[in-house]
Unconditional design. Structure first.
Length: 233
C-alpha cells in the first residue's frame, strides 16, 4: 500500500465491526494467485491487494499454489488440497488473480478452482461469498482472464463485484522490492479492494437468504417425503 492515500475515506468502514447485524469479526478474505514463479506478478499484485484489505480492516490469507497437485492426480486428503479447502470454508470473500497465458488464465490458477468442489458434504463452500477478479498481462491490456474468472465465479455461485483490475506490462508496474508503483492501475486496485470490503460487509449474514432457491427447496421437500414413505433416500 502506498504510504499516503489522501483521498481515501476510511470513515466508510467506521462501525464495520460494531454492528451486531454484521458480525463480531473482521471480514475474512482469501486471496488466490496463478503463478509459482519466483517473481510472480500475479502474486505481487495479490500481496498489494492484501495490504489494502488489511488497511480497510479485513483479515486476509494468501494461498501459495506451489506443491498443489493437478486435479485428480492426488487424493483429496493431500495436504495442499486440504489447506486450500479449509481456507475456502474460512473465507467470506475472495480475490482471484491470474496472469494471462495464451489468452486465458493460467493452469496454476485453474487447478486451484478445480480442487474446490461445489459441495463439501452438506456445505457449498463458495456459494454466497463475494469475489473480486484481477489479471496481470505481459503486454498490452487485456480483459480475457477477468472475463473468464467472472464465468467461474458465477459457476461457483459467488457474488462477483462490478469493478475489476487488469494490469498491462506488469513487469513495469513493480519496483525491485516488489511494491506496486503509483499509477492509475494502483488507483484502480484501491477501488476494487474498497468495493470488495463494502460488498462483503453488506452481504455478510445475508447469504443464506439471497441464495435460497425454489428448485432446491422443492427437491429437499421431495426427498423428505420419500423418506417418510420409506423409500430410499
Amino acid at each position: 500500500m502506498q504510504e499516503e492515500l489522501p483521498n481515501l475515506d476510511l470513515s466508510l468502514f467506521d462501525g464495520m465491526q460494531a454492528s451486531p447485524s454484521l458480525s463480531d469479526h473482521k471480514p475474512r478474505i482469501l486471496l488466490l494467485y496463478g503463478s509459482t514463479r519466483e517473481r510472480s506478478f500475479s502474486r505481487l499484485l495479490t500481496e498489494e491487494a492484501a495490504r489494502l484489505l488489511a488497511y480497510f480492516g479485513a483479515e486476509t490469507r494468501l494461498f501459495n499454489p506451489s506443491g498443489l497437485p493437478l486435479p485428480d492426480d492426488a487424493p483429496v486428503d493431500h495436504p495442499k488440497v486440504q489447506e486450500l479447502r479449509e481456507l475456502v470454508l474460512w473465507s467470506e470473500g475472495q480475490v482471484w488473480c491470474s496472469p494471462e497465458r495464451h489468452g486465458a488464465m493460467s493452469a496454476v490458477f485453474k487447478a486451484q478452482i478445480d480442487w474446490i468442489p461445489l459441495e463439501l458434504g452438506a456445505v457449498r463452500p463458495t456459494q454466497g461469498k463475494t469475489l473480486a477478479v484481477m489479471q496481470v498481462c505481459g503486454g498490452s491490456q487485456s480483459f480475457n482472464v477477468v472475463n473468464q474468472l467472472r464465468v467461474l465465479g458465477r459457476w461457483m455461485r459467488m457474488f462477483t463485484i462490478p469493478n475489476q483490475s487488469s494490469v498491462p506490462k506488469a513487469y513495469m508496474e513493480f519496483d525491485e522490492a516488489g511494491r506496486m508503483k503509483p499509477s492509475a492501475y494502483y488507483d484502480r486496485l484501491v477501488d476494487v479492494m474498497e468495493e470488495l470490503v463494502k460488498f462483503t460487509v453488506l452481504l455478510r449474514g445475508r447469504q443464506a437468504y439471497l441464495v435460497d432457491r425454489y428448485s432446491e427447496r422443492k427437491e429437499t421437500a421431495e426427498q423428505l417425503t420419500a423418506r417418510g414413505m420409506g423409500a430410499a433416500p
